[in-house]
Design a protein around this ligand. Sequence first.
Ligand code: DX5
Ligand code: ZN
Length: 223
Amino acid sequence: MPEIKIAPSILSADFGHLARDVALAEAAGADWIHVDVMDGCFVPNLTIGPGVTRAVREATALPVDVHLMIEEPSRHIPAFVEAGADWVTVHVEACPHLHRVVAQIREVGARPGVALNPATSLESVRGILPYVDLLLVMTVNPGFGGQAFIANSPEKVREARGLVADSGRVGEIEIQVDGGIAPATAPAVVDAGATVLVAGSAVFSAPGGPAAAIPALAGAFGK
Ligand code: DX5
Ligand code: ZN
């Protein structure tokens, strides 16, 4: 079984003490730090930009994983990479010229990922799999932290694993899940093939904070 990584989403952190919360997550065993960027257009919510991404970069040695839930991501990709993003994921629904955007992410020095909303078919990303290093299967509709996990998501993750196998890039493409991931939902997505688990509220809003929540999440799927 591949190493399963936990990527706490700072969307649910205390923005007044962001560096402290990132450090707590790192100390508790986080593998990546996930940064949710929303533009009030692709998704209804507005969150953060390159400035806060830089603050995260300065607060941790862990890979910084930027999830762009924005229209026209190519306008902003260089700024996020300049700010310290190691991974940049864009939504297939926001990119009519996805291959060009993925190439741009690599060119400016980050590893590219592609994300799909819950109602978007996996077929829409089959053609890009030779070029990306991460496939993000959204397990909620993007826009807000703390939403309920969509029940048939493990089935879609299993299908994603099949698609990655068809592409011949098993072990080269991370399968990430994002939304409603908690000790109760993690085992099913790990069993289905997820290799990177994003968790926001289950890490930062849990009693005891990241120090208790990250080991609890890891324990739930046997890490
Ligand atoms: C959803 C974001 C997620 C979100 C996850 O729009 O992409 O990363 O913060 O939050 P939880 O884990 O609380 O569902
Ligand atoms: Zn996210």
